[in-house]
Design a protein around this ligand. Structure first.
Ligand SMILES: Cc1cc2nc3c(=O)[nH]c(=O)nc-3n(C[C@H](O)[C@H](O)[C@H](O)COP(=O)(O)OP(=O)(O)OC[C@H]3O[C@@H](n4cnc5c(N)ncnc54)[C@H](O)[C@@H]3O)c2cc1C
Length: 285
């Protein structure tokens, strides 16, 4: 809506947001990277804008009780540079490091990336693969939603009116590994054509447990469960990796659009899966 004067609200604490929203649909202003695009294209609806960008309780990255907690306002840059995440949630760091441009990475938040709920959102596949939980809050009530079931369709999620993403919890599994790769028209400043995130845990040389998630190849980001089944309990060899790559291509549900063709996207899921596992050198001859 052009030249619209929005109702602008600035709460002192997260607990006040539901009262300010008063049952209405609202926009939250975090890093503003998606909101500004909507504004520029005159696509903002007539909804109040609640500025959460200075709420300290939505900031911080810390490890406690066998989990890593990331506040909703943490940016791609702070995630990419965090030593705890670099060691224990590599897939998330990989995704945050190459998302958008340096300016976008300094502004864009993890809460905004989740809430925007794009099928091409770069942080969602790593969060799914890492068994992340989305912590949401409405008034004084918090609950956790598995990252895997948070998005319901492109642009939609399980948040109620007045509810906000407070942060993310990632359970820490010592001695596990993870990685993320995406394909876009250029390395940076490109929305993903396809992305793959993998988390795995080895018992000796055998893959004891594995989770694989894909982005931009369906209406939401989702797990490649049949591919996980092929790899679970196996020692990786070039043949098994090839079998898994063929399976993930059948699990992808891409569409043709202006960014890429469905066939190419499907093929690339297998290529990215192989690259992530190869890069980590767990393949036995
Ligand atoms: C040039 C450009 C390049 C980009 N490249 C990429 C890319 O490569 N990969 C990618 O994944 N994305 C990309 N994006 C999209 C965007 O940067 C991300 O989605 C970003 O993470 C959104 O976070 P934000 O803090 O800027 O959200 P905002 O713009 O502030 O808000 C976005 C939406 O999320 C809601 N929201 C924000 N925070 C919360 C919260 N805590 N709880 C509930 N709702 C909330 C808002 O109401 C709004 O609807 C790009 C954007 C631009 C402009």
């Amino acid at each position: 809506m052009e030249n619209m004067l929005m109702d602008y609200l600035r709460p002192d604490k997260v607990g006040d947001i539901a009262r300010l929203a008063d049952g209405r649909g609202v926009y939250y202003l975090a890093g503003g990277t998606d909101i500004m695009v909507l504004k520029k294209e005159n696509l903002l609806e007539d909804k109040p804008l609640i500025d959460i960008s200075s709420l300290q309780e939505l900031k911080g990255i810390e490890e406690r009780d066998a989990s890593i907690y990331i506040g909703a306002l943490e940016t791609m840059t702070s995630i990419a540079k965090n030593p705890i995440l670099q060691e224990k949630a590599t897939a998330l760091v990989d995704a945050a490091s190459i998302m958008g441009s340096p300016i976008i990475r300094n502004l864009a938040t993890i809460g905004g990336n989740l809430a925007n709920s794009s099928p091409a959102a770069d942080l969602i596949p790593p969060l799914i693969a890492l068994s992340g939980q989305v912590i949401v809050q409405k008034a004084d009530r918090t609950r956790e939603i598995p990252a895997e079931s948070f998005c319901t369709s492109a642009g939609s999620n399980l948040l109620d009116n007045g509810e906000i993403v407070r942060g993310v919890r990632i359970p820490v599994q010592e001695n596990s590994f993870s990685g993320f790769m995406k394909l876009g028209p250029r390395a940076a400043l490109a929305i993903s054509k396809v992305s793959v995130a993998v988390w795995w845990f080895l018992n000796g040389e055998e893959i004891y447990d594995i989770k694989i998630a894909m982005g931009a190849v369906g209406p939401i980001c989702f797990r490649a469960k049949f591919t996980e089944k092929i790899l679970k309990g196996r020692v990786l060899s070039p043949d098994i990796l090839e079998e898994a790559a063929e399976m993930i291509e059948t699990e992808a549900r891409p569409i043709d659009d202006f960014r890429s063709t469905a066939d190419y996207r499907r093929k690339m899921t297998g290529v990215l899966l192989k690259r992530i596992l190869n890069k980590n050198e767990i393949i036995s001859e």
